[in-house]
Design a protein around this ligand. Structure first.
Ligand code: CP
Length: 317
């Protein structure tokens, strides 16, 4: 297995099966620090730089919290408009990263352009972690989801997945590539104009992913062990910021997971994941049902980032 030390985390396309298990193992070892709200000094002499060119609550703060829990320090910008990349100069990723690499030891980047973190990694001497790139990928979110499944179900292989939402979403792409390393059939349910592209389907066949598509969650929910939901009413992820203007409409029943649907159709031990934020695709009254695991996912998001930071900074092997 390759070492994680100094490595960029850009995509789950290049993750090998044993590497998933290595990350889960490190996460499990570090988890007590977060659970007991403790601090360690594992990364006491390290600095994380956050370079977010798009809004974020979870990804940025979970990385920051992870770094602080491990005794490291954090710097970065949360509003790219107040940097030279966001003003008259429109400073390039290359020039920006050639600065940031001297300000810290690892950089987590979110960008509206697909491939921006990959471009950053070409120029950076410190590891780049992709915190979501346009419609590209969101590897740390799906690592969090896989870790949640491991903790909740004790395994990943052999579980049937249902993914509901916009298949252009970066989380869906990382999910599909990640699952190709496991024995996990998956059904995708999305509006026709948000379905997997032919190019993506060909790619997933090359990756030997066992997948099918359905039109309505009711056609697939009864078989699912893991139900992963994303919004179909959502912003344009290729924009730096997309504010809501006027009525954006509700989620059609085909893509909505209600309490009644879970109670009547889902397996009693299925688990329901959502990376959040949400619109109305999972109504709030689902939160206290036995299926929901999205708050657990939020906690695991910190633990997973602790593991990744410890690994890429060479403090755990
Ligand atoms: N799940 C997720 O990526 O959330 P944020 O956009 O708040 O980071």
């Amino acid at each position: 297995m390759r070492s994680f030390a100094g490595r960029d985390i850009l995509s789950l396309k290049d993750f090998e099966r044993q590497e998933f298990f290595r990350v889960f193992e490190i996460a499990e070892r570090l988890e007590p620090i977060a659970r007991e709200r403790q601090m360690s000094d594992l990364l006491h002499n390290k600095i994380l730089v956050t370079a977010f060119y798009q809004p974020s609550t979870r990804t940025r703060l979970a990385h920051e919290s992870a770094m602080l829990r491990l005794g490291g320090k954090v710097t970065g910008f949360s509003d790219a408009k107040m940097t030279r990349a966001g003003d008259f100069y429109q400073e390039s990723i290359k020039d920006t990263v050639k600065m940031l690499e001297f300000y810290g030891d690892v950089i987590v980047m979110r960008h509206f352009q697909q491939g921006a973190p990959h471009e950053a990694a070409k120029w950076s001497s410190v590891p780049i972690i992709n915190g979501g790139d346009g419609w590209g990928e969101h590897p740390t979110q799906i690592l969090t989801d896989f870790y949640t499944v491991m903790r909740e179900k004790g395994r990943i292989d052999g579980l049937k997945w249902l993914a509901v939402g916009d298949m252009r979403m970066r989380t869906m792409h990382s999910l599909a590539y990640g699952l190709s390393q496991f024995d996990c059939p998956i059904t995708f349910v999305s509006p026709p104009d948000m379905s997997l592209t032919d190019e993506m389907k060909d790619d997933l066949k090359n990756y030997s992913l066992n997948f099918r598509e359905a039109e309505h969650v009711e056609q697939a929910i009864a078989d699912a062990d893991v139900i992963l939901v994303e919004p179909v009413v959502q912003p344009d992820y290729t924009k730096s910021r997309d504010e809501r203007s006027g009525d954006v409409g509700g989620t059609p029943a085909n893509y909505k997971i209600t309490r009644e649907l879970l109670a009547t159709k889902a397996k009693s031990d299925a688990i329901l994941l959502h990376s959040l934020p949400r619109m109305d695709e999972i109504p709030a009254d689902v939160d206290i049902t036995r299926w929901s695991r999205y708050w657990q996912e939020a906690f695991n998001g910190v633990v997973m980032r602790m593991a990744l930071l410890a690994l890429v900074l060479g403090k755990m092997e």
